[in-house]
Design a protein around this ligand. Sequence first.
Ligand SMILES: [Zn+2]
Length: 453
Amino acid sequence: MTDLVVTGGTVVTAARSFSADVAIADGKVEAVAPGLVARSPQAQIIDATGLLVMPGCVDVHTHVRLPSDGEPDRFYDDSVAAAFGGTTTFLAFNNPGTGISEEGAGSLLRGVQEFRDRTEGESAVDFGLSAVITGRHEDPIADLPALVASGVPSFKAFMVYDFRLTDDRLYEVFRAAIIDALVAGALAAGNVAARYHAETRPAYAEAEATHRAIALARAAQAPVYIVHLSSADALAEVVAAKARGWPVYAETCPHYLALTAARYASPDEGEVIRSVISPPLRTDADRRALWLGLRAGGLDLVASDHVPDRLAVEKRMPAPPFPEISNGAPGIETLLRVVHGTGAARGEISGERLVDVLATTPARLFGLPSKGAVEVGKDADLVLFDLSAQRTIRQADLHHYSDFTPYEGTVVAGSVRTVLLRGRPVIRDGLFVGRRGAGRFLERIPASTVARD
Ligand SMILES: [Zn+2]
């Protein structure tokens, strides 16, 4: 029986936009067609006249931190921030920096279990885990059968394990060969200011790393997913591999699409520190190349790489020497607005491509078949988006755990009006109406079965 009908909106999928009502039953999309209200007289109605009806965003790259005794609300707060931003599913990591215990960091099995235990009943939206293999794991391969036997979603670990192993091997080579040498050079010359973080991470190093990741994956006959691609040169490596038909996928992040390295020249040290992110912000030519890559398909999706650092705590003022500055910036709440406002609203990508790169493709590549589209049978995770609204992004209006936003003062077209999670409002007319613990942990299916479409 139909519980809810979203009426009069413009439904946007990765393929097309069309006027239709969306009927929801038992948390799933039951029908997408005009005139559904008349057929469901007993259902609740949400009027979406004049609004876009999009799938909730699926943010596959966040560093949301586990709740701790000292900071019990940090996972919940960022999940609420995700909801405000139109993100109904996010993936987090469980590497040591996220607050996992020494024990949890020491084994894949215990790490996954600890993540599930400590996030139980915490999230306002659905979420999943990207298990991370680190050099501190005793014996990750030995853990895998136990993961299967215990019913813990091991397959995602397998897939992510493949990605991460490649990434880690690459990263070691990358660091040893290039970045460490540049950092040592900068420090020896007395160049310790925050802006040297960016100068020691040049685009050619990223291109080299991307090339090696692709080569290692090719050797292992594994698909590879390049995280936070930031430069035109690295993009060229991905485009070349895709042209050969190799299973290579790449994400970029909103900050590389919206901001540039011009920030590092700011006389305001706070501005520079807020922009210390890895990889660093690039040139305007890189920024434009990334939009072209998103349009043409060289880039597959956009994820936030959200890091809930605070200027007052993790980042610190005055800044220590640049190697000690915490890397990263918050973005879990601003993902959709920034990519829409700086991209779709300016004609860089279509509304359909916006839905594709923020919801449909992330759900497909990361093994979440119930997510990512306004389609019969999928979870009714919907965003009602108001194109006519114009908003200035301000930290004071955000809900994330950080104490700043890199987009302070940026005016963007479009705003998130209402968000449904499995058919239930989480945000209604701009207000949070969700519940702590309403979000479910998502067991993902093997990405290898869905990654090669
Ligand atoms: Zn990251």
